[in-house]
Write a protein that binds this ligand. Structure first.
Ligand code: C5P
Length: 324
């Protein structure tokens, strides 16, 4: 029986790159937010052995380097099962777009395969397997608004932001994440580990202040309740939270900076590169200017879609809608 899972994308609302660690990864802090754009992953479990991947998009590898293959292999091993697993990926999201598509595809594979095999991993085991396949996977086991720490794989569900209109611009540029990190190191080699770690603390406090509506203090449990979208987004701009990757990716791909400017001119309240790009998103207070902004980008030859951010409950409801 084939099981379909919607594999949603994410954006990063702020991303701070910290020191290079001994394991070759960078410490980082980011706020992940799932959005309503998605691929669809279909998993078919049958008799026999072997994992097969099918995808019409020629940019997606269909061999054992595919994140879905790596996930399926791990899930079968975890259950000590041998089956034939056929995975079909229907792509809507860009490849190397900074929207976490390959990571999300792998998590969708895990969820579909659990159903297909009628076995379930424990929640912590799921997170662990996901983190083994990539730093950006565990967030998709949480969904909604998620704090990411460590190399991005340590995830904490936060109180959901309200659904916000947003436009995702997807220029036809692929940005390699390892290369973007390497470029960051080249440009920021002078930062001491202490300076690097201080930057992350400033970033974390800014996130706290935005989400909790008051200055960071180590005591007390904050609860804010959300303002109107516009006030929320203006507060976000005031924090100065940004994505460190912009400083290395924009100089290499100036067209992406132009897309950011175009979104700002179209009335987006907050605009940023997502992950290491190349997707650039704008958050809007209302749907109408978002739809207009997407159309205007398309008229200028830039692929763009108007969508909304996806809170946690909706994320899970929509992801598993066709899997029952
Ligand atoms: O974890 P993932 O496989 O997605 O990472 C791909 C590459 O990106 C890593 O091999 C590493 O070079 C780089 N990376 C990093 N620091 C992170 C996450 C990824 O340097 N926090």
């Amino acid at each position: 029986m084939a099981i379909s899972v919607r594999s949603f994308a994410k954006i990063n609302i702020g991303l701070c790159i910290g020191p290079l660690r001994d394991d070759g990864y960078h410490e980082l802090r980011t706020l992940y937010q799932t959005i309503a754009l998605h691929d669809t992953v279909r998993v078919d479990v049958g008799r026999g052995v072997g994992i097969e991947i099918a995808c019409k998009d020629p940019r997606v590898p269909c061999d054992e380097t595919n994140t879905c293959y790596r996930m399926a292999d791990r899930v079968l091993r975890a259950f000590k099962l041998r089956n034939k697993v056929r995975i079909t990926i229907e792509k809507e999201l860009p490849v190397q777009g900074g929207l976490g598509a390959a990571s999300s595809n792998a998590v969708a594979t895990m969820l579909a395969l659990e159903k297909g095999l009628k076995h379930q991993l424990a929640p912590l085991e799921r997170l662990q397997l996901a983190a083994e396949v990539g730093s950006d996977l565990p967030l998709f086991l949480v969904g909604g608004t998620v704090l990411g720490t460590g190399r991005g794989e340590l995830v904490y569900p936060l109180e959901d932001l309200p659904g916000l209109p947003c436009v995702i611009a997807m220029p036809e540029v692929g940005v390699s994440t390892p290369s973007a990190f390497a470029e960051w190191d080249t440009r920021n080699g002078k930062l001491t580990p202490q300076e690097s770690s201080d930057r992350m603390n400033v970033f974390s406090h800014a996130i706290f202040e935005w989400l909790c509506g008051r200055k960071f203090s180590p005591t007390g449990v904050p609860s804010k309740g959300w303002d109107r979208a516009e006030a929320l987004l203006l507060d976000l701009v005031r924090t100065g939270i940004g994505n460190d990757f912009e400083s290395v990716v924009f100089p290499k791909h100036p067209a992406l900076r132009e897309v950011k400017r175009a979104l700002e001119r179209s009335g987006a309240k907050y605009v940023s590169l997502s992950g290491s790009g190349s997707a650039v998103y704008g958050l809007f207070a209302d749907k109408e200017p978002a739809a207009k902004a997407a159309k205007s980008l398309m008229d200028n030859g830039v692929m763009a879609k108007a969508t909304v951010t996806l809170p946690r409950a909706k994320y899970w409801e929509e992801a598993l809608k066709n899997s029952r």
